[in-house]
Write a protein that binds this ligand. Structure first.
Ligand code: NI
Ligand code: MN
Length: 229
Protein backbone atom coordinates (compact mmCIF):
# COMPACT_ATOMS: atom_id res chain seq x y z
CA UNK A 1 0.00 0.00 0.00
CA UNK A 2 1.23 3.48 -0.85
CA UNK A 3 0.28 6.71 0.96
CA UNK A 4 0.93 10.08 -0.67
CA UNK A 5 0.41 13.40 1.12
CA UNK A 6 -1.18 16.05 -1.11
CA UNK A 7 -1.50 18.71 1.62
CA UNK A 8 -3.83 19.60 4.53
CA UNK A 9 -5.96 16.46 5.14
CA UNK A 10 -5.65 15.10 1.62
CA UNK A 11 -3.90 11.76 1.10
CA UNK A 12 -3.89 9.23 -1.71
CA UNK A 13 -4.13 5.66 -0.41
CA UNK A 14 -3.29 3.21 -3.18
CA UNK A 15 -3.31 -0.56 -3.51
CA UNK A 16 -2.42 -2.53 -6.64
CA UNK A 17 -5.97 -2.13 -7.95
CA UNK A 18 -7.58 0.84 -6.23
CA UNK A 19 -6.95 4.49 -5.44
CA UNK A 20 -8.66 6.29 -2.57
CA UNK A 21 -8.34 9.98 -1.74
CA UNK A 22 -9.21 11.65 1.57
CA UNK A 23 -10.71 15.15 1.88
CA UNK A 24 -9.53 16.52 -1.50
CA UNK A 25 -8.93 20.21 -0.78
CA UNK A 26 -6.47 21.07 -3.54
CA UNK A 27 -7.46 23.92 -5.89
CA UNK A 28 -8.01 26.47 -3.11
CA UNK A 29 -5.21 25.16 -0.87
CA UNK A 30 -2.46 27.80 -0.96
CA UNK A 31 0.31 25.22 -0.52
CA UNK A 32 -0.97 22.24 -2.53
CA UNK A 33 0.58 21.40 -5.90
CA UNK A 34 -1.70 18.75 -7.40
CA UNK A 35 -3.53 19.40 -10.65
CA UNK A 36 -6.88 17.74 -10.03
CA UNK A 37 -7.31 16.95 -13.74
CA UNK A 38 -4.44 14.45 -13.36
CA UNK A 39 -6.16 12.51 -10.58
CA UNK A 40 -7.70 9.11 -11.26
CA UNK A 41 -9.42 7.91 -8.11
CA UNK A 42 -11.97 5.21 -7.36
CA UNK A 43 -13.21 6.40 -3.96
CA UNK A 44 -13.24 9.67 -2.03
CA UNK A 45 -13.35 9.40 1.76
CA UNK A 46 -15.05 12.59 2.93
CA UNK A 47 -14.91 13.37 6.65
CA UNK A 48 -17.10 16.49 6.74
CA UNK A 49 -18.52 19.34 4.68
CA UNK A 50 -16.12 22.20 5.56
CA UNK A 51 -14.64 23.84 2.47
CA UNK A 52 -11.08 22.82 3.42
CA UNK A 53 -12.21 19.15 3.23
CA UNK A 54 -15.02 18.90 0.67
CA UNK A 55 -12.82 21.10 -1.58
CA UNK A 56 -12.65 19.52 -5.04
CA UNK A 57 -14.84 16.53 -4.18
CA UNK A 58 -17.52 17.25 -6.78
CA UNK A 59 -15.07 17.92 -9.64
CA UNK A 60 -12.95 14.85 -8.88
CA UNK A 61 -16.01 12.62 -8.49
CA UNK A 62 -17.33 13.83 -11.83
CA UNK A 63 -14.03 13.65 -13.73
CA UNK A 64 -12.97 10.23 -12.48
CA UNK A 65 -16.36 8.68 -11.74
CA UNK A 66 -15.30 8.12 -8.14
CA UNK A 67 -17.74 7.16 -5.40
CA UNK A 68 -17.81 9.45 -2.36
CA UNK A 69 -17.97 7.60 0.96
CA UNK A 70 -19.63 9.92 3.47
CA UNK A 71 -22.39 10.38 6.03
CA UNK A 72 -26.10 10.33 5.11
CA UNK A 73 -26.53 14.12 5.07
CA UNK A 74 -23.53 14.72 2.81
CA UNK A 75 -24.66 11.81 0.64
CA UNK A 76 -28.04 13.49 0.11
CA UNK A 77 -26.40 16.84 -0.63
CA UNK A 78 -23.84 15.43 -3.09
CA UNK A 79 -26.37 13.06 -4.67
CA UNK A 80 -28.49 16.09 -5.69
CA UNK A 81 -25.43 17.44 -7.50
CA UNK A 82 -25.11 14.26 -9.55
CA UNK A 83 -22.28 12.70 -7.51
CA UNK A 84 -22.21 8.95 -6.85
CA UNK A 85 -22.06 8.29 -3.11
CA UNK A 86 -21.92 5.44 -0.66
CA UNK A 87 -23.78 6.54 2.42
CA UNK A 88 -22.61 5.25 5.80
CA UNK A 89 -22.90 6.39 9.37
CA UNK A 90 -20.85 6.42 12.52
CA UNK A 91 -20.02 2.99 13.89
CA UNK A 92 -20.86 1.30 10.59
CA UNK A 93 -18.37 -0.58 8.45
CA UNK A 94 -18.65 -1.93 4.91
CA UNK A 95 -16.58 -4.28 2.72
CA UNK A 96 -15.74 -2.34 -0.44
CA UNK A 97 -13.82 -3.75 -3.43
CA UNK A 98 -10.63 -2.08 -2.00
CA UNK A 99 -11.10 -3.41 1.53
CA UNK A 100 -13.05 -2.42 4.61
CA UNK A 101 -13.97 1.09 5.74
CA UNK A 102 -15.51 1.88 9.10
CA UNK A 103 -16.83 5.31 10.01
CA UNK A 104 -15.58 6.63 13.37
CA UNK A 105 -16.56 9.58 15.54
CA UNK A 106 -14.96 13.01 15.36
CA UNK A 107 -15.66 16.06 17.51
CA UNK A 108 -16.07 18.95 15.10
CA UNK A 109 -18.70 20.54 12.78
CA UNK A 110 -19.86 19.80 9.23
CA UNK A 111 -21.44 22.77 7.48
CA UNK A 112 -21.13 24.39 4.12
CA UNK A 113 -22.01 27.92 3.07
CA UNK A 114 -23.96 28.10 -0.18
CA UNK A 115 -25.49 31.27 -1.63
CA UNK A 116 -24.93 32.97 1.71
CA UNK A 117 -26.78 30.28 3.66
CA UNK A 118 -25.20 27.90 6.15
CA UNK A 119 -26.24 24.30 5.49
CA UNK A 120 -25.46 21.79 8.22
CA UNK A 121 -24.53 18.38 6.82
CA UNK A 122 -24.63 15.94 9.70
CA UNK A 123 -21.85 14.81 11.99
CA UNK A 124 -18.20 14.90 11.03
CA UNK A 125 -16.33 11.60 11.08
CA UNK A 126 -13.06 9.79 10.75
CA UNK A 127 -12.37 6.50 8.93
CA UNK A 128 -10.68 3.26 9.84
CA UNK A 129 -9.73 1.75 6.48
CA UNK A 130 -8.10 -1.58 5.72
CA UNK A 131 -6.41 -1.76 2.31
CA UNK A 132 -4.00 -4.54 1.23
CA UNK A 133 -4.02 -5.90 4.78
CA UNK A 134 -2.88 -2.57 6.29
CA UNK A 135 -5.08 -0.49 8.55
CA UNK A 136 -5.09 3.29 8.27
CA UNK A 137 -6.88 5.54 10.76
CA UNK A 138 -7.78 8.88 9.20
CA UNK A 139 -8.97 11.03 12.11
CA UNK A 140 -10.53 13.83 10.05
CA UNK A 141 -10.87 17.12 11.92
CA UNK A 142 -11.31 16.42 15.60
CA UNK A 143 -10.37 17.26 19.12
CA UNK A 144 -8.88 14.59 21.35
CA UNK A 145 -11.36 12.00 22.65
CA UNK A 146 -10.78 9.11 24.99
CA UNK A 147 -12.64 6.67 22.68
CA UNK A 148 -9.53 6.75 20.48
CA UNK A 149 -8.49 3.97 22.83
CA UNK A 150 -11.46 1.89 21.57
CA UNK A 151 -10.57 2.64 17.95
CA UNK A 152 -7.01 1.42 18.61
CA UNK A 153 -8.36 -1.72 20.25
CA UNK A 154 -10.70 -2.52 17.31
CA UNK A 155 -7.74 -3.65 15.24
CA UNK A 156 -4.03 -2.77 15.30
CA UNK A 157 -3.45 0.48 13.43
CA UNK A 158 -0.55 0.52 10.98
CA UNK A 159 -0.79 4.22 10.15
CA UNK A 160 -2.60 7.05 11.97
CA UNK A 161 -3.18 10.28 10.04
CA UNK A 162 -3.64 12.86 12.80
CA UNK A 163 -4.29 16.61 12.77
CA UNK A 164 -1.75 18.65 14.73
CA UNK A 165 -2.58 22.20 13.63
CA UNK A 166 -4.39 23.39 16.78
CA UNK A 167 -7.08 26.12 16.69
CA UNK A 168 -9.59 24.11 14.56
CA UNK A 169 -8.48 20.61 15.65
CA UNK A 170 -6.15 18.91 18.11
CA UNK A 171 -2.85 20.66 18.53
CA UNK A 172 0.46 18.89 19.12
CA UNK A 173 -0.14 18.37 22.89
CA UNK A 174 -3.39 16.48 22.35
CA UNK A 175 -2.12 14.72 19.22
CA UNK A 176 0.75 13.31 21.33
CA UNK A 177 -1.87 12.01 23.79
CA UNK A 178 -3.93 10.61 20.87
CA UNK A 179 -0.96 8.48 19.82
CA UNK A 180 -0.83 7.04 23.35
CA UNK A 181 -4.52 6.02 23.07
CA UNK A 182 -4.48 4.74 19.47
CA UNK A 183 -1.11 2.95 19.69
CA UNK A 184 -0.42 3.04 15.92
CA UNK A 185 2.87 1.75 14.45
CA UNK A 186 3.30 4.91 12.40
CA UNK A 187 1.95 8.45 12.67
CA UNK A 188 1.72 10.97 9.83
CA UNK A 189 0.78 14.49 10.97
CA UNK A 190 -1.68 16.53 8.89
CA UNK A 191 -3.81 19.69 8.97
CA UNK A 192 -0.95 22.10 9.75
CA UNK A 193 0.95 24.92 7.96
CA UNK A 194 -1.81 25.47 5.35
CA UNK A 195 -2.33 28.93 6.86
CA UNK A 196 -0.43 30.86 9.55
CA UNK A 197 -3.14 30.13 12.14
CA UNK A 198 -2.25 26.41 12.08
CA UNK A 199 1.55 26.73 11.76
CA UNK A 200 3.32 23.96 13.69
CA UNK A 201 6.71 22.31 13.97
CA UNK A 202 6.03 18.70 12.88
CA UNK A 203 9.58 17.56 13.68
CA UNK A 204 9.18 18.75 17.29
CA UNK A 205 5.87 16.82 17.38
CA UNK A 206 7.70 13.74 16.06
CA UNK A 207 10.33 13.99 18.83
CA UNK A 208 7.64 14.23 21.49
CA UNK A 209 5.76 11.21 20.12
CA UNK A 210 8.83 8.99 20.02
CA UNK A 211 9.80 9.94 23.57
CA UNK A 212 6.31 9.35 25.05
CA UNK A 213 5.11 6.49 22.77
CA UNK A 214 8.24 4.50 21.83
CA UNK A 215 6.11 1.89 19.97
CA UNK A 216 5.23 4.51 17.33
CA UNK A 217 7.37 6.15 14.69
CA UNK A 218 6.50 9.40 12.96
CA UNK A 219 6.93 10.22 9.30
CA UNK A 220 6.60 13.88 8.35
CA UNK A 221 5.70 13.92 4.66
CA UNK A 222 6.39 16.93 2.48
CA UNK A 223 3.58 17.85 0.11
CA UNK A 224 3.84 15.28 -2.67
CA UNK A 225 5.84 12.96 -0.39
CA UNK A 226 4.94 9.27 -0.41
CA UNK A 227 5.52 6.20 1.67
CA UNK A 228 5.25 2.50 0.84
CA UNK A 229 3.84 0.45 3.70
NI1 NI B 1 -13.29 21.26 9.54
MN1 MN C 1 -10.27 21.53 8.52
Amino acid sequence: MKITFLGHACFLIQSANHTLITDPFLTDNPIAQTDIASLKVDYILLSHAHADHMGDTISIAQSSGATVICNAELSGYLGKKGVKTHCMHIGGGFDFPFGRAKMTIAHHGSSVVEEGKVISLGNPCGFLVTVSGKTVYFAGDTGLFYDMKLIGETQPIDVALLPIGDNFTMGPDDAVRAVGLLRPKLVIPMHFDTWDIIKQDPLEFAKRVTSTSPFASVEVLDIGGALEI
